[in-house]
Each structure stands twice: as structure tokens, then as C-alpha cells.
Design a protein around this ligand. Sequence first.
Ligand code: PLP
Length: 465
Amino acid sequence: MLHRILPALICVVSERSVFHHPRVLSSLTVCLPCSACFHQRHRHLSNETKMTSHGPAKRLAGQKKSVWTEFVKLSSETKAINLGQGFPDFAAPDHVRKALIDVATSSNPLLFQYTRGFGHPRMVNAIAALYGKLMGREIDSMEEVMVTVGAYQSLFSIFMSLISPGDEVILIEPFFDCYEPMVLMAEGTPRFIALKPKTDNPESAEDFELDPEELSGLFNEKTKAIVVNTPNNPLGKVYKRSELEMIANLCKKHDTLCISDEVYEFMIYPGHEHTATLPDMWERTLTVCSAGKIFSVTGFKLGWTIGPQYLIDHLKTVGQNCAYTSPTPLQEAVAQSLELEMSRLGQPDCYLTSLAKELEVKRDKLANLLRGIGLTPIIPQGSYFMLANVSHLDLDLSDSGDGPKDYKIVRWITTKLGVATIPCSAFYCEEHKSFGEKYIRFCFIKEDSTLDKAAEKLMKWKAGV
Ligand SMILES: Cc1ncc(COP(=O)(O)O)c(C=O)c1O
């Protein structure tokens, strides 16, 4: 009870207190926990704050707010059923939670202190052992693995450590939206190529293909890297071996690096190849992975990059001057969980593989729902996202803001129907937005009850109730 009354009390008292003196306010960096008070104080603060002439650093030129800023906020403000942002709304596996409890109650005080900068020893050892098995090669845990704050920081470290001004980086659309701004921040030049559907009415992620000639035309002496995201977010495409071979051959021919973002590596229905396992690709591939994805704990924000020592060394230089290390207790818990998973590989209780089986049922449930309301889903081969074609919807979008049509449709569906999704054109460059505008992205790593609630709302709309 006290924990509920206390924040409100503090706010009531502070309304008339020293906290509201303008000079004290402008020196406050932390706000008290009542939201009404926070907003009032925030307004107060911004009235007080004078701008100086300091603009952003040049490297931020052209950077915009990401799609998540608007749509995560809209989803929470409208209290919509959230099929937008990619996170599970169910519990993490028991053994991961138990590992965290064991760490929290451990008598080893060092588990709460800084650990090795490039990755907690137990964690990098577990990663090297697991991926050694998966990739069929020996991986040096100290030299060929780098732990980061989520796969996001792995990507950032890769771009910052390897891309120089003027270097070109090939991005395949639709792409996870942070690639483009990260390349730009490194002062590189993104070059785009879209996966094209081979039919007018694609129904599977497999129907989207790379045009080998178009791709080969993008490679030149400035091409430093290509980013391959398999399984892909938002499309759910899992690249076939022949497609990876085509990319690998171009990388080798033009001496280009391959950044292989494989965070959804275990969410496959079925069949995923690690790019680094293709002949002669280990030495030019950086594989990006995420504990958040594989253990359904996105809040852990722990990721890693695996690759040859001469490239990982550059990432270490960025890492040691950036976050320096990642949280020790979380790394210890993930290490213990990876060790357990490794002992369960190939068995039914292995979470890495059993999650995909559960997700396949959810995928089919969502696909049936979308067909039931007259949309055409693009069935993903991997990941936990599904695109649906909304181009034929005839909605009154006059009060749904501006921007591409899919942005307006997502705003309309979120506010009018109470189901949050993500516009697909956010995963395309400015010139190619029209390719993505036809689709919106649904996330299906959700409790069945959440999917049922969304179904109820969408079916009511379909029935005109
Ligand atoms: C393709 C892709 N790469 C990287 C990330 C970042 O993963 P993390 O949460 O581990 O930072 C995401 C998260 O959604 C993603 O979809």
C-alpha cells in the first residue's frame, strides 16, 4: 500500500515545496514518480530552458526519429493490443529465470562487479562452445567472440569500427531500420536493393527474391560490406543456401565483408544456414546474435558478434571506448542457460528449438485470422513477424496523419480498432518506400489470449459491428 501512496504524497508535498522553485527545478535531472507532476514539471522546465547555439554533431545530419518512437508511444497511449513491437508477452523459460535467481542469491560478490570488457568469461566460453557445434568449427572464445549490449550494439560496433567515410554498404530491403542510420553515422554510403516478389500476389516470404544481376551491379571498389539479415525482420525470409552462395561469391570476388544479422536464427519453420559456414566465408563474416531473442528476454539486452579475430579486434576497440562491458549478472545467467541448452540440443526440451514449434502454431493462427478479415498474409519462413497486404483497404484516412499510406493505415487500425502494428515502409529507404507501403507488420510471439483479443477486435470490424 505504502509503495502506492508514497509517490503521490511526495508529489503533493513537492507541489508546494522547494522542488518547484525554478532554480532548483533547472538543476533537477531526475523527476519524481507521479506522471501528472512529471508533465507539469517538464513543461515548467522547458519554459525555463534557454537554447544555446550548439546544434547536433555533423554525423547526426539527416537522422530522423525512428518508427518505434511514434508507434510504441501510440500503442501504449491507446492501450491497443500490441502486435507491433517485437517482444514476447509470456514468461521466459524457467531455467533462465532460475539462473537469474541463482545469480542474485549467489555468495560470489564478484558477480555484481565489472567483468571482462569483451565478454564475461563463462559467457564467451558458452557462446564459443555452442556456436562451435552449430558452425562446425572451433571458435576461440577470447578472440573470436565479443559480447555487447544487445545485438543492436553489436551492429553499432561493427559499423563504427569498420566503415570509413565514403565506404559503401549494401542493404537489402526490407531491412531492420537501424542499419541505414548506423551506416550514415559512420559516414558510410548505404546502397539499397529490394527483394522483389516473383508473383503479383506473393503469399510466402520465399516468393521474395534478390535479382543476381541487380545485386552484382551494386558491388564496386568502394563496397566495404553487405548486410544479410536471415531470418529477415520484417519479412521473415530465410535465405536458401543457393541465395547465400550467390551473395558469398560476390563478397569473395569483390573482397567485401558480410555482416550476417542472424538474431532470429532459431525461429525457423524450418532450415537456417549460418552465412559464416559457407566455404571461405568465415574470414569475411561477422555473425550477430541476441540472447534477448533466443531466450525470449528482450529486456536483457545482451547480444554478441562472432567472427575472425582480425575483425573482432576492431570491434573490441569500439567496445572498450563505449560501454566497456555488459552487465555481469545477466551474462552469468545467460551463460548458465546456454550451457544447459547445449546439453539439451536435439532433445524435445531444448528451448532453442521448441520455441520455434510453438511459434509455428501461433504463425498459422495469425495467418488464418488475417485471411479471415480479407487480408493476404505473407507467410514467414523464420522470425516472429508477418507482413499482410493492406493495399486494397478502402478506409477514410483523412484524420490519420501524414506520411506513406501504411503509416496512416497503422494509425487508423491502432486508434479505431485497438490493435497496434508497424508500417512496413519504415524498412525501406526514402526512394523505395512505395515497395513497402502495401504492407503492415504483425508480431506473433504473443500469448494465445493476446492473439485472441486482437482477433475479436478485427473480426468485429470485419463484421461491421
Ligand atoms: C534484425 C534485428 N537485428 C538486431 C536486433 C536487435 O536485437 P537486440 O534486442 O538484442 O539488441 C533486432 C531487434 O528487434 C532485430 O530485429
